[in-house]
Each structure stands twice: as C-alpha cells, then as structure tokens.
Design a protein around this ligand. Structure first.
Ligand code: HEC
Length: 223
C-alpha cells in the first residue's frame, strides 16, 4: 500500500510540503536585507510631493501611465536608466501601473521645466496636438489642503517633525509664488488671481512629477 491510498496522510504531507515551499520562497526573502535594497541617494517625498502623489492617485493618472522603465533597449533609449528596486522604497502603494496609454513617467522629473507641466497639465493638446490625455486645468483652481500632510508623512515613516513639514510647505509656496520663479508666467496663466499667492493642487502635482526619477539621475551623475 502506497501513500496514495491514505488520503488524510497524503493531504497533510502535501500541506506541509507546500508550507515549507511558501516559507522558503516568500517569508524568508521578505526579511532578508538583500530583497530590500536601500540607497543613500533615494530620499523620501517632501510633504508637498506627497500631496501631489495623492492627487496623482486620486485622479487615476496611473490608469494611463506606468512608472517602470523596463531593462529593454527601446525603453532605456526612450526614457533613460531602467528602474531599480531601491527607487520604490518610499512608494506605498507603488504606482508601477500596467497600462501604457501615455508614456512611462518614472524618469519624467527634470525632463521639462515646471512651465511645460503647467501648460501640459491644463491643456495637453497645446503641447501635443493629438494627445488623448484629458485636461486637468481645474487642479489649479483648488487650494492645496495640507491639513493632513504631517499625519501622512509620519504614517509613512518619513521622519519629518511637524515643523519640518510646515517648513517644506512654506518653502515650496515661497518658491512658486516668488516674482523670480522661472515658470511664473505659465503658472499665473492657469492659476486664478486669488490663488496665485497660495499652493494649489496643480503646484503639488507638478512638484511630484519633478521628483520622479530625480534621485536616480543624481545617483547616475555621481557614478
Ligand atoms: C486617458 C489617458 C491619460 C490619463 C488619464 C493621463 N494621461 Fe498623461 N498622457 C497621456 C498620453 C497619451 C500622453 C502623451 C501625449 C501628451 O504628452 O499629452 C501623456 C503625457 C503625459 C506627460 C508627458 C510625459 C512625457 O514624457 O512627455 C505627463 C507628465 C503626464 N501625461 C502626466 C499625467 C498626469 C499627472 C495625469 C493625471 C493628472 C495624467 N497624465 C493622466 C495619457 C493620459
């Protein structure tokens, strides 16, 4: 009589083998440092960038845009250095996406000046005539709600104090509302006068877009 004639023993043994397999391939790697690479170049999002990331998710930008450059020649030539695991250390949830209706955005930070993004976000067809990206001009009409910024960054474990967060918000507001801000003209064009001295949802979204891939570009530059 072989084991196949003892269904209960067989089921128990099969369960044990599957459990061992799961432990070895899933749970042990979960706690191994080599599966969680860290890089000193990868910095957490600032409070404003984090707000922008939340707006990106709220608007579902990830339904049309991926954030993963695959290690394929065509993609590396088009977007730049392929995505590394350590880049996503602060991405909760990750936004790798799967639909590529629009281009990948993992390396979009620094590709264009802020002015380009103000024009493009408000009216994509003004930059690419045949773009099927919807316009998001109304984001500039919404004042950025920073009421939960500190709570968000502390829940995500970025290690900022409440005054750090306030400072980041004040500093970014000072940057974009300054008379010498290089993208002032395009920002003023899409932002209603009463919000020109405030931070808007579009400001935060653009801050986030400019962060994408920036740390990796710095890392490559110092190699
Ligand atoms: C219906 C699909 C769709 C949605 C939703 C969408 N996009 Fe796009 N996006 C596109 C397409 C297509 C392009 C390429 C043409 C263009 O630049 O307008 C594009 C281009 C872009 C670019 C320029 C990328 C480059 O490298 O030139 C950025 C930045 C961008 N989108 C950001 C966003 C953000 C932020 C959101 C959410 C607020 C968003 N998109 C929502 C389809 C979409």
């Amino acid at each position: 009589m072989g084991i196949t004639s003892k269904p209960v023993v067989f089921a128990v043994l099969a369960a044990v083998v599957i459990l061992i397999g799961t432990t070895v391939t899933v749970f042990i790697p979960l706690f191994m440092p080599s599966t969680q690479p860290v890089s000193p170049y990868i910095k957490p999002y600032t409070a404003v960038e984090q707000e922008g990331r939340d707006i990106y998710m709220r608007e579902g930008c990830n339904n049309c845009h991926t954030q993963t450059v695959r290690p394929l020649r065509t993609e590396v030539l088009r977007y730049g250095e392929y995505s590394k695991p350590e880049e996503f250390a602060y991405d909760r949830p990750f936004l790798w996406g799967s639909r590529r209706t629009g281009p990948d955005l993992n390396r979009v930070g620094g590709k264009y000046p802020d002015s380009w993004h103000y024009k493009h976000t408000a009216h994509p067809q003004s930059m690419f005539e045949k773009s099927n990206m919807p316009p998001y001009g109304w984001l500039a009409k919404n004042r950025l709600d920073t009421g939960y910024s500190f709570k968000k960054t502390s829940t995500l474990g970025y290690g900022y104090s409440e005054s750090d967060v306030q400072q980041q918000i004040d500093q970014y507001r000072a940057t974009v509302t300054d008379a010498s801000y290089p993208s002032k003209e395009s920002r003023d064009k899409v932002t209603p006068p009463e919000l020109q001295k405030e931070l808007t949802e579009m400001d935060a979204l653009i801050a986030y877009l400019q962060k994408l891939g920036r740390d990796v570009k710095n890392m490559e530059a110092t190699k």
